[in-house]
Every structure is written in structure tokens, then in C-alpha cells.
Design a protein around this ligand. Structure first.
Ligand code: NDP
Length: 292
């Protein structure tokens, strides 16, 4: 058996089309949704993500602002920038690209953001709202995974979802979201991590397996139940002398082999990645709608 693919490019493009309609309505009311991204330092991966976000804003006809600050920017200068963005009427949502340089306290910066502009959903206010089932902004990656499942007609209600990884940006919010009551949720959720004993005993029980650990091809065929739905959040760059760049992206799942056992599976690239940027844009449009 070879499983079906959940194609993040196709699903995100239909969400982008829906967003374009909402953006047109906003523009007819004199509002152009605006997203600002603050990048501190010169981390190459962060630079790529920031460029992608700016480009997508332009494609959608949104206002985009990229603020690049030097690596040695002080915490107080960054906090001033946050304050300016909180007050800027053209900016409906903004985010601080993580990780920040070590001398800056990430929590302090996140806490200083206006939660109504926190389109990453990382402010403690938004984390709390999500946990009690009254979300303002859902974090983009787990929200993207939830949309992939919904739009692929995978009903998670009553199913055993096993999430591998417990980070604040993927694993934990993913668990909280699927545990809620209602559409796209009502799952029975298990979260496993690097301190879990006999991890494969849990992954083998999963009707839906969501993996976000950052270890190339960690999940092998023997760790997956036959017919499971497998969502691979991981993005790992590995050497590949046959490719032009000398490297390529792979997920946390051994795709070629697991594909023989799963019913549905996401590829890397072209799976969760495109959904993340899409849901970030959706949050920005929502923030602009909230400003009316
Ligand atoms: P973190 O490094 O913040 O968290 C990794 C999690 O995986 C931790 O909870 C860690 O456990 C767990 N883990 C690590 N090694 C193992 C192991 N051997 N067995 C079990 N659990 C393990 O990563 P993120 O959540 O930020 O990201 C995870 C992956 O997802 C990365 O590859 C990242 O690039 C990718 N990603 C992709 C996105 C996309 O848009 N496609 C968006 C965000 C992330 P512990 O807590 O015990 O240390």
C-alpha cells in the first residue's frame, strides 16, 4: 500500500484565495492589512523566513514592513520598537522573529506586545485564551496542521492523536488545540518527548501521529500503526551531493518507508511549511478585521 499525500501547497493556496476575498472587503472599507516583522541579527534561516513573509504579503496586496536591527541591539531599544509597533495604526499584526540574541529576554519582549497584534499567538494572554478554548490568534504551525486535517476530511474526534515534541510553538499548542471541544478537535491526545520511556509504544498506538522534533527521519516504519495519518512538521537540512545545493530538506519522518504503512502522510517540503505562512497571514487579516 502507498498512502495518499496531504498537499500543503494546494491546501494553503485555497486558504490564500479565501484570504484574498477578505482582504478585498477590508480594502473596500479603507483598511489594508499590515504585517511587520522584526528581525534582530543576521541568522540566515531567519532572514529567509522574513523574506518569505514579506513576499507573501505583497502577493496578497497587504502592507508589509520589515524592520532589521543589528545583532547588538539592546533590549530597551527593542522594547521601544515594540511600543512603536503597538501604536502604529497601519500595522495590524507584528512578530519578532525568534530566536533573539542571547542578551535579550524573549519573554520580556513577547510580554510587551499588544496581544491584539500578536499574530504569532505567543503572548501569554493568547496562550491562555487558546488553552481555555477562546482563541484570539492560534499559533500558525499547529493551526496549519489542524486546517490540513480538517480540509483532508480527517476527523480527529475520538481518535488517539500522539504528538512527538513538546515545544511552546508546536507540540504544546497542538495538544491544547486538539483537546478542545468542537470541530477539528475532541481528540484523545498523548504528548511524548525526549524524556519519554519506550516512545515507540506510544507512536504505534496513534491513529494520527504528529511529529515535531527536528531529527531527520527519526520516525521509522516500525514506529507507525498501519493506516495511521502522519503529519511531519520537522524540517531538517541534510547533505545531498546529488542536489545542486549539496543539501536538501527532509522531515522528522522516514517518508519513503512510512508512506507504505500510513493512510495519509504530509511530504517535506510541501507539507506543513506552506501552511505555517498561510495561517500567519490569516491571523493578520483577522487582526485587521478586528480593528474595524
Ligand atoms: P524544539 O527544538 O523547540 O523542540 C523539539 C521537541 O522535540 C522538544 O520537545 C524535545 O523534547 C523533542 N525531542 C527532541 N529530540 C527528541 C527525541 N529524540 N525523542 C523525542 N522527542 C525529542 O523544536 P520546534 O518545536 O521548534 O520544531 C521542531 C521541528 O519542527 C524542527 O525541525 C523545526 O524546524 C520544525 N518546524 C517547522 C515549522 C514549519 O513551518 N514546517 C514550524 C516550526 C517548526 P524535550 O522537550 O524533552 O527537549
Amino acid at each position: 500500500m502507498q498512502s495518499g499525500l496531504i498537499n500543503g501547497v494546494d491546501i494553503s493556496s485555497s486558504i490564500f484565495n479565501e484570504l484574498k476575498e477578505r482582504i478585498a472587503v477590508l480594502k473596500s472599507k479603507g483598511v489594508t492589512p499590515g504585517l511587520a516583522v522584526v528581525l534582530v541579527g543576521e541568522d540566515p534561516a531567519s532572514q529567509v523566513y522574513v523574506r518569505m513573509k514579506g513576499k507573501k504579503c505583497e502577493e496578497l496586496g497587504m502592507h508589509s514592513l520589515t524592520i532589521t536591527l543589528p545583532e547588538d541591539t539592546s533590549e530597551s531599544d527593542l522594547l521601544k520598537k515594540v511600543d512603536e509597533l503597538n501604536k502604529d495604526g497601519r500595522i495590524h499584526g507584528f512578530l519578532i522573529q525568534l530566536p533573539l540574541p542571547k542578551h535579550i529576554n524573549e519573554d520580556k519582549v513577547l510580554n510587551a506586545m499588544d496581544p491584539r497584534k500578536d499574530v504569532d499567538g505567543f503572548h501569554p494572554f493568547n496562550v491562555g485564551k487558546m488553552l481555555i478554548g477562546e482563541p484570539l490568534f492560534l499559533p500558525a504551525t499547529p493551526a496549519g496542521v489542524q486546517q490540513m486535517l480538517l480540509r483532508s476530511n480527517v476527523d480527529v474526534a475520538g481518535k488517539h492523536v500522539v504528538i512527538v515534541g513538546r515545544s511552546n510553538i508546536v507540540g504544546k499548542p497542538m495538544a491544547a488545540m486538539l483537546l478542545q471541544k468542537g470541530k477539528g478537535a475532541d481528540a484523545t491526545v498523548t504528548v511524548v518527548h525526549s524524556r519519554t520511556n519506550n516512545l515507540e509504544e506510544y507512536t504505534r498506538q496513534a491513529d494520527i501521529l504528529i511529529v515535531a522534533i527536528g531529527k531527520a527521519k527519526f520516525i521509522t516504519k516500525d514506529m507507525v500503526k498501519k493506516g495511521a495519518v502522519v503529519i511531519d512538521v520537522g524540517t531538517n537540512r541534510v547533505d545531498d551531493p546529488t542536489s545542486e545545493k549539496g543539501s536538501r530538506l527532509v522531515g522528522d519522518v522516514d517518508f519513503d518507508n512510512v508512506r507504505e504503512k500510513a493512510s495519509l502522510i504530509t511530504p517535506v517540503p510541501g507539507g506543513v511549511g506552506p501552511m505555517t505562512i498561510c495561517l500567519l497571514m490569516a491571523n493578520t487579516v483577522k487582526a485587521a478585521e478586528m480593528s474595524l
